[in-house]
Design a protein around this ligand. Structure first.
Ligand SMILES: Cc1cc2nc3c(=O)[nH]c(=O)nc-3n(C[C@H](O)[C@H](O)[C@H](O)COP(=O)(O)OP(=O)(O)OC[C@H]3O[C@@H](n4cnc5c(N)ncnc54)[C@H](O)[C@@H]3O)c2cc1C
Ligand code: SF4
Length: 570
């Protein structure tokens, strides 16, 4: 299945093997297309290469910490990700090899995962559908271009991917958060059930619901046939999971694609640029630099899907400029590289939960609860546009609450063994508006070790996002006080864009080729056999975690491309 050189002209080339690329490869292979999946990084085999799995902190030299020297030399950006530690570091991009610039006075945390499987190995699996309030938002307040699709265009494809992926959660019939095809949710704890009841009574417009996650709480026959098993609630996921109990390329899409016999994978193949044929106005192949020995090779195909993650795909398009497209391939509109977005997680609130001293829980639930956006309807009286969702959860303090206390003797040991107070926390996830000035471009002269121009990122949160986070902190405090929690506090972080790890935009969709790169099927307006199906295609960010929508868009785009090829329009 793994190849290096190839003379074959593939029916489909997919660039990037993360969440979107895995889906594109599976769909094309299953439709009988001879498919080449190109990945810049090394091979990571399911189970065999989860080297941190099952290793407790006390067996690690620095108790799961990464040495400061290693961080400074190789992970000075990646270290900012909450999931970065000694058991997961090998799944993060290496900042020494993957340099990028930020415009003066700006900062951006570009968190990457450059191996087979991409960030599908590292993600937190929260999976929420978008609603028409999200697809209509740009049109209603005029900020950003109108999405060329609506919920009904995606509803079928959401169901299609959800049945395969396995999403746990509970039906709620909320207008702003359509239900998925659910497996049973993880349980709420006793204090969470109490808080849910109090909060929904005190704030009738707000709901505290189960987080919806790509975990097999009760695998179906279809999931078992993928070789996946039931989630054991260990919360070890980002080390890789041999049960295949969370969705990743390795556990789910790749095995199905491989079964068809139609898939070949070119690992360690860094795509430098796309090969464009001006006579046919088609992309006919891909130029690649070998990840290890820096040699060059080319692959040829009839249709090309860019799934290299939002900024990875845009970097490839910008670097594929030529005489016909001097500002980046498929960029007649001039918007390629613009309207970069992320989510803003900068507001929080916290409180102690009185009572429940006799309540505890078993297992380590790998996720939490969610308060869906209660500002989903536009309201000109609010000082900012759009809204935010909130992650939430209760936990009981354990010995770690005393980790900074000195002590010795029996009394101290017994104190460490006693469960501590119940705490409740809220964390905002706010929408970021699409702004032309938030952008990426190729650096004028700085290149990486493969000779590819570095990206220069120029991105800031605006006053709208600042006001939104102030409101989220205040509302968080208000909610926790009103339902009788104690020692309530709230606050703001100052993390830059990129910290949400939901990069979106820079090759957006649209109806008008003059103001968008892609049409409503993720197909380039300018070059018919070129598609971009990752987050680059987004016109707005909404508040929900985006990867489920990436998957739905990808399978829909493959389905469309296959029909267009059959009709000889591609
Ligand atoms: C810790 C963490 C938690 C997250 N939690 C969530 C969550 O709960 N819910 C959610 O929706 N999202 C979450 N995300 C984000 C989610 O992981 C991404 O949105 C998703 O993986 C993006 O899919 P993708 O296919 O676009 O890119 P990726 O999964 O990043 O895959 C892109 C692939 O393309 C390859 N590539 C890039 N450039 C090139 C090139 N030039 N040549 C060849 N190959 C290339 C990369 O090596 C990579 O393998 C989280 C991310 C992280 C890191
Ligand atoms: S919590 Fe579930 S998905 Fe995560 S590592 Fe454990 S078994 Fe795997």
């Amino acid at each position: 299945m793994y190849i290096k050189e190839s003379k074959q002209t593939y029916d489909a080339i997919v660039i990037g093997s993360g969440i979107t690329g895995g889906w594109a490869a599976k769909e094309f292979s299953e439709k009988g297309f001879k498919t080449l999946l190109i990945e810049r990084g090394r091979v990571v085999e399911h189970r065999k290469d989860y080297v941190g799995e099952g290793m407790p902190p006390w067996e690690q030299p620095l108790r799961s910490k990464v040495s400061l020297a290693e961080i400074e030399q190789q992970y000075h950006v990646q270290k900012n990700c909450y999931a970065f530690n000694d058991s997961t570091k090998h799944f993060f991009g290496n900042d020494r090899d993957l340099p990028f610039e930020t415009a003066k006075g700006t900062d951006f945390w570009w968190i990457r995962a450059n191996q087979l499987g991409g960030k599908s190995l590292l993600w937190h699996r929260f999976s929420y559908r978008w609603s028409d309030f999200d697809f209509n938002a740009n049109k209603l307040d005029g900020f950003g271009n109108d999405w060329p699709i609506r919920y009904q265009d995606l509803a079928h494809w959401y169901s299609y991917v959800e049945r395969h992926v396995g999403i746990c959660g509970q039906k709620e019939s909320l207008p702003q958060l359509p239900d998925s095809e659910f497996l049973p949710p993880f349980d709420m704890t006793a204090p969470e059930l109490h808080i849910k009841q109090q909060l929904e009574a005190a704030f009738p417009d707000r709901k505290l619901i189960h987080g919806r996650q790509a975990h097999l709480t009760k695998p179906s026959a279809h999931h078992l046939a993928q070789g996946r098993g039931q989630c054991q609630a260990r919360n070890e996921c980002q080390k890789g999971c041999s049960f295949g109990a969370y969705f990743s390329t390795q556990s789910s899409t790749l095995p199905d694609a491989a079964k068809t016999g139609n898939l070949q994978i070119a690992p360690n193949s860094v795509v430098h640029s796309l090969i464009y044929d001006g006579i046919s106005n088609r992309v006919k192949g891909v130029r690649v630099i070998d990840n290890e020995d820096l040699s060059q090779r080319e692959y040829f195909g009839k249709v090309v899907f860019l799934c290299a993650s939002t900024l990875g795909s845009t970097q490839i398009l910008l670097n594929s400029r030529n005489k016909t497209f001097p500002n980046g391939l498929a960029n007649r509109s001039g918007v390629l590289g613009h309207y970069l977005m992320d989510h803003n997680y900068n507001a929080w609130a916290r409180a102690e939960i009185p009572g429940f001293e006799d309540a505890f829980y078993s297992g380590r639930r790998p996720g939490g609860l969610y308060i869906p956006n209660f500002y989903f309807k536009p309201n000109p009286k609010r000082p900012f546009l759009r809204g935010y969702g909130m992650s939430a959860g209760a936990y009981r303090e354990d010995w770690k609450a005393m980790q900074h206390e000195d002590g010795i003797g029996i009394a101290f040991k017994q104190q460490l063994q006693k469960p501590g107070k119940w705490q409740f926390w809220l964390g905002a996830q706010g929408e970021m508006l699409p702004r032309f000035e938030n952008s990426v471009q190729l650096h004028a002269f700085k290149k990486d070790k493969w000779g590819i121009p570095q990206l220069e990122i120029n991105c800031r949160f605006s006053e709208n996002e600042r006001l939104m986070m102030l409101d989220a902190a205040e509302q968080g405090q208000l909610m926790l006080e009103k339902i009788g929690l104690e020692n309530v506090s709230c606050g703001l972080h100052d993390k830059p864009p990129g910290s949400g790890i939901h990069e979106l935009g820079t090759a957006r969709m649209g109806r008008d080729p003059k103001d968008s790169v892609l049409n409503g099927f993720n197909q380039s307006h300018d070059i018919p056999n070129l598609f971009v199906t990752d987050g680059a295609s987004f016109c707005s960010s909404a508040v929900q975690n985006p990867s489920l929508t990436f998957m739905a868009l990808t399978v829909r785009a493959v389905n469309y491309a296959v029909k267009e090829i059959a009709a000889r329009r591609i």
